[in-house]
Design a protein around this ligand. Structure first.
Ligand SMILES: C[S@@+](CC[C@H](N)C(=O)[O-])C[C@H]1O[C@@H](n2cnc3c(N)ncnc32)[C@H](O)[C@@H]1O
Length: 279
């Protein structure tokens, strides 16, 4: 990229190298998200909106707020603005096929307890897809103690997930018969997830780098397209914490471009980006 094209977008409110480095350090410390030098324009465009909302004309003034003693609320908004929230219903569909066809039908039925965690759930499409898959594969699910925990660091996304309303076109990836069963039309748009899905899911804001208040172990963890933004050391710590939280032989699903190879030996690789806890 030429200097000219790099500088031009920053003319309105300059994002100096020092501002950028300070923001990179804050984001990394509070969320684990690593922003490389190539992300400077992305940082600029995402935080420029915050400057406008606060009526500020420089990133130096913005830093003074987020670095200041009363910066807690704006630090949350800064992380909300920085996160990449791309998601979709039935994204990486083979995971839901495996879950619905192989895993759920073979669950031990001794205590009829099932815990699933969507860690980094973004705006909720992933946990709703999990709920659709559970309902499809477990006709007697209402006689189970089955819960899906859906968490994300981005408080705006958690609120969207809890509301469970989406533009109609976002639901196109849901198979027609599943959509008919579980998606309600409110007038025409947006559409809303059915109460039988919502009742299975608890949405919470949670930073994966912070403490986890959950009690009890999980059978399945989906953490997909999240660790790709973290460095290897953070990934190792996180995968080890997932292993601790999973029941023996519990399953961890990661994103299509993520790997546990050379990061942790606590899982066996049993299918495309599907892992089973072994130690
Ligand atoms: C690209 S989305 C993936 C959403 C979904 N899992 C999927 O695969 O479709 C990544 C999500 O990870 C969340 N995230 C990033 N850092 C996080 C952290 N430290 N703790 C919790 N969530 C985080 C982001 O807010 C974002 O919503």
């Amino acid at each position: 990229m030429s200097t000219e094209t790099l500088e031009a977008p920053f003319a309105e409110a300059p994002l100096t190298a020092e501002d950028f480095q300070a923001i990179v350090a804050m984001v990394r410390k509070s969320s684990g998200i690593v922003l490389t030098a190539g992300k400077r324009e992305l940082v600029y465009s995402r935080l420029r909106r915050r400057l406008r909302a606060l009526n500020l004309d420089s990133f130096a003034a913005y830093r003074a707020i987020v670095e200041g003693p009363d910066g807690d609320a704006e630090r949350v908004r800064m992380i909300n603005a920085i996160t990449t929230n791309l998601t979709g219903f039935f994204r990486e569909r083979h995971h839901f096929d495996f879950l619905g066809n192989e895993l759920l039908p073979n669950l031990p039925r001794t205590n009829r307890r099932l815990r699933v965690w969507s860690a980094g759930c973004s705006s909720g499409e992933e946990p709703y897809t999990l709920a659709m898959t559970l309902r499809g594969a477990m006709p007697d699910i209402d006689r189970w103690d089955a819960r899906i925990l859906a968490t994300d660091i981005d408080t705006d996304m958690v609120a969207l997930g809890a509301a469970g309303r989406y533009p109609m076109e976002r639901t196109a990836a849901i198979p027609a018969e599943v959509r008919r069963a579980h998606v309600k039309r409110i007038d025409s748009e947006p559409v809303e997830m059915g109460p039988e899905l919502k009742s299975l899911i608890s949405f919470r804001s949670l930073n994966l780098l912070g403490p986890w208040p959950m009690k009890g172990q999980f059978d399945v963890i989906f953490c997909r397209n999240v660790v790709i933004y973290f460095d290897k050391a953070t990934q190792r710590t996180l995968f080890d914490r997932f292993a601790e939280l999973l029941v023996p032989n519990g399953h961890l699903f990661v994103g299509h471009s993520e790997t546990l190879h050379n990061i942790t030996d606590r899982f066996d690789h049993i299918g495309r980006t599907i892992h089973r806890r072994v130690r």
